[in-house]
Structures are given as C-alpha cells and as structure tokens.
Design a protein around this ligand. Structure first.
Ligand code: HOZ
Length: 428
C-alpha cells in the first residue's frame, strides 16, 4: 500500500498550516507516522489521495452515523445551496431543527444553534454562570468539552493524546473557578459539594465518556450527580456532543434514564456540517440574549446548509431508527475483537455502547482517566498501523472511541474482525 501522495500533501500542508492539520486529533500524533489525506468518502469507506480504500470507523470523529454521502443528506444540502449559502437572518429550517431536537431529546425545551461543539460548551458554561450567579464549574478529568479555556484542564481527546493536559495560553485566571474531579468518583463528588456547593454554577460531564477512550458511568455516579446538583441549586450539564443521537435517538439521557438541565450537542446534529447546539430547561434558556441578558452570538449560527444536513440526518434517524442494528453489529464486532485479542494473549478491555467502542490495551478495567492512561499506547500504535495496512481506518489514538455507521454491513464487520485477528497476531 503506497501513501506517497499523502506524504507529499502532508509535507506541503506543514508549510502552510501548523502541523499540517486543522485539528490536532487528526495528526496521527498518538500513533506516529503521518496522516493520510482524503480524496472522498463512500458509505462506510474512505478513499485517500493515493487511491487506497479504508473501512472508516472514525466517521469524521462522530458526525457520520449515516456513513459518507448519504443520499438524503446530499440532496438536502444541494437544495439548500441552490437557495443561498448564508443570510444572517432567520430561516424556518432553524426552528424546524430546534423543534426536532426537542422532540427527540425532551429535556431540551429550547435550543440555541451554534457552529461547533466547542462553541456550544462555552456558551452553556456562560449560561450556567449567568443563570445561577455563581462562578465555579465542576468538570471531570479526561472529559473533553472542546477547546474552551476554562475547561481545558485535564482534558481528554487530543489534549491527552498529545500530552497537553492544560494548554499554554490559558491564563490561570480562566481555570481558577474550574474544579476537576475523578470520573465515576462518588465520594469526591460528595466532598466537592460539601465544601463548595453554594458556589457551584454547574457540573459538566460526558454522561458516557468518549474522549479518554470509551468509559461507562456507574449508575450511582449519575444518580448522585443529579441529586447533588438539584439539592445545591447547581445546573447539571450533559455534554452529548458524541453520545447525542448516537447511543439512542434521545442520546445518553434516553439510554440511561437521566435528565440534564442543559445539554451540549454537536457532531451528528450537523450531519457532517459545522453545527453545535445547546439547550435545556425553558427558564434557563430564556436567559440567553436577546430573550435574556446572557450574551452569545454568531454570524453563521443556524447556517442554512448546516441546518439542511442536520435536519436530514435527524429525520432519517427518526424515520429509520438504526440503534438496534448498530447494537447488533457492534456486539458482533466487539465479540470478534475480544476473541482475537484473547487468542493472542493480549490484555485488553473492550467497553462498548451500541456501535461505539474502544479497544483498550489494558489488563485492568478502565473506569477513569488515570486508569485509561495506564493503557499500552505503544501497542495501540502498532495495532493502528497493522489495521491501516489491512484497509481499516481507526481513530488514531488509544484515547478515542470508534464508531459504526449505518453504512457498515455484516460483511464489513466480518472483514474488520478478520483484519484485526491478523493484526493482533502480528503485534502479540
Ligand atoms: N471530539 C473529537 C474527538 N473525540 C475531536 C476531534 C478533533 O479534535 O478534531
């Protein structure tokens, strides 16, 4: 398999763009080597500029639950484009998308549409502080909420992969009111509320963590979070950028039977175009300007192309819910990977929710960030490249989740298991 064109494209990009990429997660920093450059996507496949075809388990890091170039999405975006790319004035599509989000995730009684998950998280934090009149935000180590200054502490995703727990350029003052706790640590949560309860504006978390690899929450953790935030008048903010419309139509809140005060969305809600959203209780959302005093704005917020892609994606998921099939295929894939790793005597953990999973090279169960970081990242890097050589494109980090789309068939899953069996034998 040659990747010479990608190599040349990367060298050129490095002269014009820092590190040759527009987001560090895609730089292959956690696995060594250089990124491939993409020509196009087709259903479950990515085709690079050297003409290599890969079964794609990244799905643009989550948005592409319908695979690449789903006809309903392509058609909707083409039609929107023909009417004009942007108006900076309201369109009915924005209301339609906000209403549909609210129907699918009932805790979002009102929704504000923005252009990225980072922007949505940043705005939700500001709103929580504006609503409560308090400053302290609690986050959990290893959770990632985009590159928001005040949340870029012990952050997962590429901040972990590339060893940047807190970035230069984030003033101490920005994180002074951020309290970082251990994910799944109920005792620490109780202590934090006992000590600071009256100052806490909100607690933000990924209700199923997917940016330190996939880590499942304990029931007790989520239940206690809900109880403590309610008791102390703090807002519970679910970051469902990854889990929203992914683990169930109603996201992690539906799957886990929980209800947040505010929810942050991104990825699938834009169907592959740049969209984020935040929403929640009507009394809280009414504080957002111009209904209320908490400022937040954006020239391209509610952009017509993005609305069209998001609406088409959510309508397709509503009309043909794929979750049972994703779970079935996810189980088959996980069982196959597990059997292959076990056969090679490779210590591993394989948490999975529906069609989303992480293969941790770790002998011990992974329940938090510290545990995730004890995984064998060097072995992961070997596995990653062994899979690339067999035409399977996985997230290029031990600290990310992989995704099935509706375009992945049983045959694709079988092909992936066969590739993984060989790859795991090779790296054992
Ligand atoms: N949230 C994405 C990974 N979990 C990050 C994608 C990116 O940073 O480019």
């Amino acid at each position: 398999m040659t990747r010479s064109r990608s190599a040349a494209a990367f060298a050129r990009a490095c002269q014009a763009i820092p590190g040759g990429v527009n987001s560090p997660a895609r730089a292959f920093g956690g696995v060594g080597g250089e990124p491939i450059f993409i020509d196009r996507g087709e259903g479950a496949f990515l085709i690079d500029i050297d003409g290599n075809r890969y079964l794609d388990y990244v799905g643009s890091w989550g948005p592409l639950i319908l695979g690449h170039c789903h006809p309903r999405v392509v058609d909707a975006v083409n039609r929107a484009m023909a009417n004009g790319a942007s108006f900076g004035a309201p369109t009915e599509a924005e209301t339609e998308l906000a209403e549909l989000i609210g129907q699918l995730m009932p805790s979002l009684e009102m929704v504000r549409l923005v252009s990225s998950g980072t922007e949505a998280a940043m705005s939700a934090i500001r709103l929580a502080r504006g609503f409560t009149g308090r400053d302290v935000i609690v986050k959990f180590a290893g959770c990632y909420h985009g590159h928001v200054d005040s949340l870029l502490v012990s952050a997962g995703s590429s901040a972990t992969t590339l060893g940047v727990p807190t970035s230069p350029g984030v003033p101490k003052g920005c994180t002074a009111d951020t309290l970082v706790l251990r994910y799944n640590d109920v005792a620490a949560l109780r202590q934090a509320f006992a000590a600071h309860g009256a100052k806490i504006a909100g607690v933000i978390l990924e209700p199923i963590a997917a940016n330190m690899g996939l880590i499942l929450p304990s029931d007790e953790f989520l239940t206690e979070l809900r109880r403590l935030t309610g008791h102390h008048g703090a807002l519970l903010i679910y970051d469902e950028v990854i889990t929203g419309f992914r683990v169930a139509l109603g996201g992690a809140q539906e799957l886990l039977g929980q209800k947040a005060d505010l929810t942050v969305l991104g990825k699938i809600v834009g169907g592959g175009l740049p969209v984020g959203a935040y929403g929640g209780r009507r009394d809280i959302m009414q504080k957002v300007m111009p209904a209320g005093p908490v400022f937040q704005a954006g020239t391209l917020s509610g952009n017509p192309l993005a609305m069209a892609a998001g609406l088409a994606t959510l309508q397709e998921l509503r009309d043909q819910p794929p979750y049972a099939a994703l779970d079935r295929r996810g189980k088959k894939l996980a069982d196959g990977l597990h059997a292959a790793a076990a056969e090679g005597g490779i210590p591993h953990q394989l948490p999975r929710v529906g069609g989303m999973w992480t293969l941790f090279f770790n002998a011990e169960p992974v329940a938090d960030y510290d545990a995730a970081k004890t995984s064998d990242s060097k072995r992961f890097a070997k596995f990653f490249w062994a899979m690339m050589d067999r035409g399977v494109y996985l997230p290029c980090s031990q600290f990310e989740a992989a995704f099935l789309s509706t375009a992945h068939t049983e045959a694709h899953v079988a092909q992936t298991i066969a590739a993984a069996t060989e790859a795991l034998r090779e790296i054992a």
